[in-house]
Design a protein around this ligand. Structure first.
Ligand SMILES: Nc1ncnc2c1ncn2[C@@H]1O[C@H](COP(=O)(O)OP(=O)(O)OP(=O)(O)O)[C@@H](O)[C@H]1O
Length: 359
């Protein structure tokens, strides 16, 4: 065979492969503006009301948290979004389809269930390739997809390892890799960092942040600091009911209150001359200065926690950063020692305020 005809044959092969690849990758449908729409959704298990008249809209491209104490209905909600459970009442749309329209949503929704179990005898690579093949891809493409996601969860060395030999954290990351296979438009992650050591949990958070903008991620976690760090918005559920939803800033009041932790008195100073328990102390004078600031609406002081809460109205130039500057200046003028400042009350405290203790 002449070198020219051999080259032409090679080129034909490349063209065929590219054509096949094009056929295998169905054109992504237009991404709906709302990735998820739930309208008056209820789920009953016999007499147990697990989800109670839940309405929620999650915009495409967001990282969205589902928050709530044990039994709040998070996993039930995930299961309905994934199409594993049928709602008793109400309507659910994922990317504009019912979760049961499997052929329309195939490869567009990735799911990490809370208690996912890997097939113990499969090797990690085999398992991921099998899951990729279920999306209708060729063997070659399935392998490259599987290797790419395994790489993303830092598990490239586990390709030939049996699933039964993985530690809990490794298994969780393989399950996460499975949820990310094929670049889905919506990814449902139920407790993605549950049971992971701090470093692995940090890496998973980085990975979720790295996917931001590429898809919609809906994440459930009991680690509220984690959700505050990675999410744009969240819904708080309690006993199946939606008790609050919005952006993280709205939920935490980050745009209307500032918390200042007051430090201990300097060594050698009499506590009564410093602490707010006496009217003319350093801290009392500092608080009065803060109260006198025109941008401040209201001030509360918790003497037990040594914490000052400053409420303000966000408008024009007035934002949390500006208020922090003025408040710190006022306190420093009176030599008040400051050991910390946060915008808003933190998601953890907000969730505590909104969710009741178990009966
Ligand atoms: N298959 C089922 N049969 C009966 N009741 C169920 C079933 N699944 C869930 N429930 C109940 O529905 C309620 C919500 O459970 P769900 O698992 O959705 O809560 P969750 O917010 O995910 O809790 P956790 O944080 O503990 O995982 C609970 O009271 C639970 O006991």
């Amino acid at each position: 065979m002449s070198p020219e005809s051999s080259l032409a044959r090679e080129q034909e092969k490349i063209d065929d492969a590219a054509k096949q690849d094009q056929q295998e990758k169905p054109k992504k449908k237009k991404v709906a503006e709302a990735a998820v729409r739930m309208k008056h959704v209820t789920k009953r298990f016999g007499s147990k009301l697990a989800v109670d008249d839940l309405s929620l809209e999650i915009r495409a491209g967001r990282v969205y948290g589902l928050i709530g104490p044990n039994g709040a209905g998070k996993t039930t909600t995930f299961s309905m979004l994934a199409g594993y459970l049928q709602p008793t009442d109400g309507n659910i749309e994922v990317l504009g389809f019912s979760p049961h329209q499997v052929s329309e949503l195939k490869s567009r929704v990735g799911v990490l269930p809370q208690d996912a179990i890997l097939p113990p005898l499969d090797k990690v690579g085999e398992f991921l390739m099998h899951m990729a093949r279920l999306q209708g891809t060729s063997r070659d493409r399935a392998e490259s997809m599987a290797r790419a996601v395994l790489d993303e969860v830092e598990g490239r060395d586990w390709w030939n390892q049996r699933c039964s030999s993985l530690s809990h954290g490794m298994a969780k990351r393989v399950q996460l890799a499975q949820a990310l296979l094929g670049d889905p438009d919506v990814v449902l992650l139920d407790e993605p960092t549950g049971g992971l050591d701090p470093r692995s949990a940090y890496e998973v958070r980085q990975l979720i942040k790295g996917r931001k903008g590429r898809c919609t991620l809906i994440v459930s976690s009991h680690n509220l600091q984690e959700l505050e760090e990675i999410c744009d918005g969240a819904a708080i559920l309690d006993r199946g009911k939606l008790v609050a939803s919005g952006t993280i800033a709205q939920l935490t009041g980050a745009s209307e209150e500032v918390h200042v932790k007051i430090g201990r008195p300097p060594r050698g100073m009499d506590a009564s001359a410093y602490r707010a328990t006496s009217a003319d102390s350093i801290v009392s004078r500092g608080i009065q200065r803060v109260r006198d600031l025109p941008i401040v609406k209201r001030v509360e002081y918790d003497d037990e926690k040594n914490e000052l809460v400053v409420y303000f109205e966000r408008s024009g130039e007035v934002d949390a950063e500006m208020v922090i500057g003025h408040v710190l200046w006022a306190l420093l003028q009176e030599q008040v020692r400051i050991s910390g400042v946060i915008k808003g009350r933190g998601l953890e405290r907000r969730v505590m305020d909104l969710t009741d203790e178990e009966d």
